[in-house]
Design a protein around this ligand. Structure first.
Ligand SMILES: *[C@@H]1O[C@H](CO)[C@@H](O)[C@H](O)[C@H]1NC(C)=O
Ligand SMILES: *[C@@H]1O[C@H](CO)[C@@H](O)[C@H](O)[C@H]1NC(C)=O
Ligand SMILES: *[C@@H]1O[C@H](CO)[C@@H](O)[C@H](O)[C@H]1NC(C)=O
Ligand SMILES: *[C@@H]1O[C@H](CO)[C@@H](O)[C@H](O)[C@H]1NC(C)=O
Ligand SMILES: *[C@@H]1O[C@H](CO)[C@@H](O)[C@H](O)[C@H]1NC(C)=O
Length: 301
């Protein structure tokens, strides 16, 4: 845990020092960074209940914690050819797997999208994902980008995969709160036969700090209030100097301290720590293979 810092806390207005609301819906988008020492934040004094890491297998640093692992079949060409066998093996080995996630941004062919066409995805779904239904696991639809292309891709997938069982729809959003709320409302209205939505990546990228915090607060109360939102995970859990969604959206500062957003997300009091960017480092981060996998296509409305 971070040492208590009485001086910065005393300097804060009383309202800022209040503990933020916790939520059982909240989870972690786990992004591996060059600072594994940051991992303890997600499991210590944290209200997070689940995580995903864009992979079929769990992250060792989070094993044995309270965070429930949600496996993902990221794409068809990343070695996850035995997704079914891998997930069944984890469950048979005693892991409490109750949900899986389908493809990550299959409509995106740059910056982290898995670039899979809807027909191929439907075939792979029937082989690798659908049989998990028999294991009592709930199945999340492919998580498309928030762009109009994403919507079209999802409609094509539903047509191609008429025998697929979709238990919930994951949604990604990069943009402002009005766009976020209207996008989620559109998904809910289009798929009235599917009872829940997970928001598995969202942020308002490259805003100034007060706008980033305002977006964070507005989305938190929306996500907690709306009954058909079952789970959500904010993007993201990395330091501000390597953030590819702008420094102010990050949960950690460049020094690896919790930002206000980071602390609020974990159900803790504001820290007053101000995140700073580093243009040179962000470029390096964007080039990392794993970061690329994790970073989503940023569609700004
Ligand atoms: C966001 O919410 C926190 C409490 O969770 C509050 O202290 C802070 O003032 C709010 N910030 C904005 C910009 O609304
Ligand atoms: C498994 O996880 C679910 C949440 O998905 C929870 O409701 C259930 O109690 C957990 N079961 C065990 C045995 O921990
Ligand atoms: C749910 O509704 C969508 C949109 O109308 C449709 O494409 C899909 O086949 C339906 N799924 C089920 C399981 O009924
Ligand atoms: C869906 O299932 C039905 C009945 O099992 C089968 O006849 C049909 O071919 C299947 N459709 C697809 C697209 O797999
Ligand atoms: C979401 O869809 C349900 C039907 O499944 C509907 O009753 C509800 O009004 C919708 N909510 C919004 C905010 O559109």
């Amino acid at each position: 845990m971070r040492p208590f810092t009485p001086i910065s806390l005393l300097a804060l207005p009383a309202a800022l020092a209040q503990k933020a609301l916790t939520s059982p819906k909240r989870g972690l988008v786990y992004v591996q960074t060059e600072n594994p020492s940051d991992d303890h934040y997600w499991t210590t004094n944290s209200d997070l209940t689940w995580y995903y890491n864009y992979m079929a297998t769990p992250t060792s640093a989070l094993s044995g914690t309270n965070l429930q692992f949600v496996p993902m079949l990221w794409g068809t060409n990343n070695g996850d050819t035995n997704f079914y066998t891998t997930v069944k093996g984890l469950k048979d080995g005693g892991m409490n797997i109750t949900y899986v996630l389908g493809f990550n941004e299959p409509d995106g062919c740059v910056s982290g999208g898995s670039c899979v066409d809807a027909n191929t995805a439907a075939q792979v779904w029937m082989q690798q994902i659908e049989p998990l239904k028999n294991e009592g696991i709930k199945l999340g639809a492919p998580a498309v980008t928030g762009s109009p292309n994403g919507f079209t891709w999802l409609q094509n997938f539903f047509s191609a995969c008429s025998n697929c069982t979709i238990d919930f729809i994951p949604v990604h959003w990069y943009g402002n709160f009005e766009g976020f709320a209207s996008h989620i409302g559109q998904v809910n209205a289009t798929y009235q036969n599917i009872s829940s939505i997970w928001v598995t990546e969202y942020a308002d990228p490259t805003q100034d700090l007060s706008d980033a915090q305002d977006f964070y607060n507005q989305t938190s109360s929306f996500l907690d209030r709306v009954p058909y939102i079952q789970r959500y995970s904010y993007f993201g859990s990395f330091r501000s100097d390597v953030s590819n969604v702008g420094p102010n959206a990050a949960m950690l500062t460049q020094k690896g301290e919790l930002t206000d957003i980071g602390a609020w997300y974990l159900g803790q009091a504001a820290t007053g720590n101000v995140p700073k960017g580093d243009a040179a480092k962000t470029a390096i981060f964007a080039g990392w293979a794993l970061a690329l996998l994790a970073a989503s296509f940023c569609y700004v409305a």
